[in-house]
Design a protein around this ligand. Structure first.
Ligand code: 13P
Length: 343
């Protein structure tokens, strides 16, 4: 029974031509985004911004689910409709970030360890009552070859946490999005990223199996295999697509229904192009390849909003446009020319 429920939600979340909007920035992170447009971050400004996103007309044509933050899932529209209820009524599945963020793996370490198992059951009970049907936990894996990062300890510890989280979430009949993010920052090459992503996914699936997680009822949210931001040689779109799919094919079991990428600091256009190239080149993959972007969907909306009521419509149009373009990329039919078309 539980299995059927989570499998169905997982399938719905990655059903073509849709993807997921990550709007689960923590209070600290959204403050950084608001600082860039000179908007004060407070309870009401964060609520208004999220309301603007969620009320984008016909968003449900391209977006299957939205990941919320603890504060947001308890907020309401200006008419007083709780956000999760509003989303469900408008054909979008509400989800929730449940990890508690990352701390240094060791004192003075540049590696990270994501916390949040303490009190998780209680939080899940509450989120479920509030209407959440899926959840997210993000692990952070840094690459720094001069320091031998990532260490085996970092990979094992984070994989364990991801798996224990996933198992617990499924017990509450919700879908866990399992997000091991190999960070783009650094001088490493795309081949280094391939190696690290490969070791990370290997550990994650070992732990998921050990914890007897139902793989048909999860979504994987990985990074793409990509050159480090400061690497002198930036790999082509085609190389990113080929190495990413090769790495996933080696490690992701066929039972997993969908892989929904994070954008990780890629430009909006690159995030769309890479996803498109994968879906254009590879037609017979066992899993859906879609998106669960935060920055690459929201950047144009947030910068055109600037905290002004008068800008709500252009900000919503910007979200609609990026959602539609990424939706095309899930079928491999996006063209860069579409960027300039009226949508
Ligand atoms: P980005 O697409 O901005 O990387 O965010 C996705 C996300 O949910 C990170 O946890």
């Amino acid at each position: 029974m539980t299995k059927n429920i989570v499998n169905e939600i997982a399938k719905k979340l990655c059903l073509s031509p849709k993807g997921i909007l990550a709007a689960d920035e923590s209070t600290n992170t959204i403050k950084k985004r608001f600082d860039m447009i000179d908007v004060e971050s407070n309870f009401e400004s964060r609520r208004s911004y999220r309301e603007l996103l969620f009320k984008t007309r016909n968003l449900n044509e391209f977006i299957s689910g939205i990941i919320l933050y603890d504060e947001t899932i308890k907020q309401s529209t200006s008419e007083g409709i709780p956000f999760p209820k509003y989303l469900s009524e408008n054909g979008i599945i509400p989800g929730i970030k449940v990890d508690k963020g990352a701390i240094p793996l060791d004192k003075d370490s540049g590696e990270k360890f994501t916390e949040g198992l303490d009190g998780l059951n209680k939080r899940l009970e509450e989120y479920k009552k509030l209407g959440a049907e899926f959840t997210k936990w993000r692990a952070i894996i840094n690459i720094d070859l001069s320091k031998n990062y990532p260490s085996l300890y970092c990979l094992e510890a984070n994989a364990f946490m991801l798996a224990r989280y996933a198992k617990t979430v499924q017990d509450y009949e919700m879908v866990p999005i399992v997000e091991p993010e190999v960070i783009m920052d650094g001088i490493h090459t795309i081949e280094d990223c391939y190696e690290v992503t490969s070791s990370t996914l290997k550990k994650v699936f070992e732990q998921l199996n050990l914890h007897q997680v139902n793989l048909s009822g999860i979504l994987l949210k990985p990074n793409m295999v990509i050159s480090g931001t400061k690497c002198e040689e930036q790999a082509s779109i085609e190389k990113v697509a080929k190495l990413t799919v090769q790495c996933l094919t080696e490690h992701v079991p066929k039972d997993v229904p969908g892989i929904v990428f994070l954008s990780g600091g890629q430009s909006n256009e690159k995030a769309t192009l890479h996803l498109n190239e994968m879906n254009k080149l590879f037609k017979d993959l066992p899993w859906k390849l879609s998106f669960s972007y935060g920055r690459a969907l929201q950047q144009p909306s947030i910068s055109s909003w600037k905290g002004e009521e008068n800008n709500i419509k252009i900000s919503q149009d910007a979200l609609f446009k990026r959602s539609k373009l990424n939706s095309s990329a899930t079928s491999g039919v996006y063209s860069p020319n579409d960027e300039h078309q009226m949508l």
